[in-house]
Design a protein around this ligand. Sequence first.
Ligand SMILES: CC(C)(COP(=O)(O)OP(=O)(O)OC[C@H]1O[C@@H](n2cnc3c(N)ncnc32)[C@H](O)[C@@H]1OP(=O)(O)O)[C@@H](O)C(=O)NCCC(=O)NCCS
Length: 193
Amino acid sequence: MPAPTITFAEKRVLTGSVAVLTPVTEADVDALYPLLQDLEVSVLTGSVSSANPTAEELRPYSLAELRAIYARWAVAEDRIVWAIRDVRDHGILGEAVLNDLSAANRSCGFRIWTAGGRGRGIGTEATRMAVDYAFDRGIHRVELEVYDFNPRARHVYQKVGFRHEGTKRDALRFDDGWVDAHLMSILSTDPRG
Ligand SMILES: CC(C)(COP(=O)(O)OP(=O)(O)OC[C@H]1O[C@@H](n2cnc3c(N)ncnc32)[C@H](O)[C@@H]1OP(=O)(O)O)[C@@H](O)C(=O)NCCC(=O)NCCS
């Protein structure tokens, strides 16, 4: 009998010891909007092309556009977007995303950012919980890209069990220079950190 098709239609709250991941809703956009303009997040996720971005680069979407985007994501079957919250007060710190679902290949992508509470284990735990969620749905491979100028994120991914697969040379144009992007993945059969 063929395996059932994988979807991310079922949105679950994931609770850890320092972070809670709640499936995003349109109502979360008011809290996410200012965080999305965090310069460090914008630089490290490759959303801006310089350390001194223009206001347009930092705010590519209006609040209304973001509400429409998140309303779609809240019911999407091919991605799940979680708000990352501090377990202590449930304040929103960032987001974790499983996207680019390929049901045929049982694979998906992962991305994460937090604009507050960094260095407290929240990013590591959020990554572990999202990867666990993917594997529990039947996903075999989770992949991501991380820029060379982001050793903290690379460390977190390695700690969770992601392995380096290769490097896209000069993948990002930044401040009149070039930055490599590293491709990393974790398989459901890999040892977990
Ligand atoms: C990457 C990110 C999600 C990690 O979340 P976090 O909550 O800060 O991470 P944690 O506290 O769980 O872990 C940080 C780890 O990185 C280590 N670290 C910190 N700075 C580092 C550096 N410059 N080089 C290597 N490791 C570093 C810490 O020591 C810690 O590891 P340890 O627990 O083994 O000591 C978060 O910092 C973030 O969103 N940054 C900005 C956006 C971003 O980079 N997103 C990822 C794009 S690919």
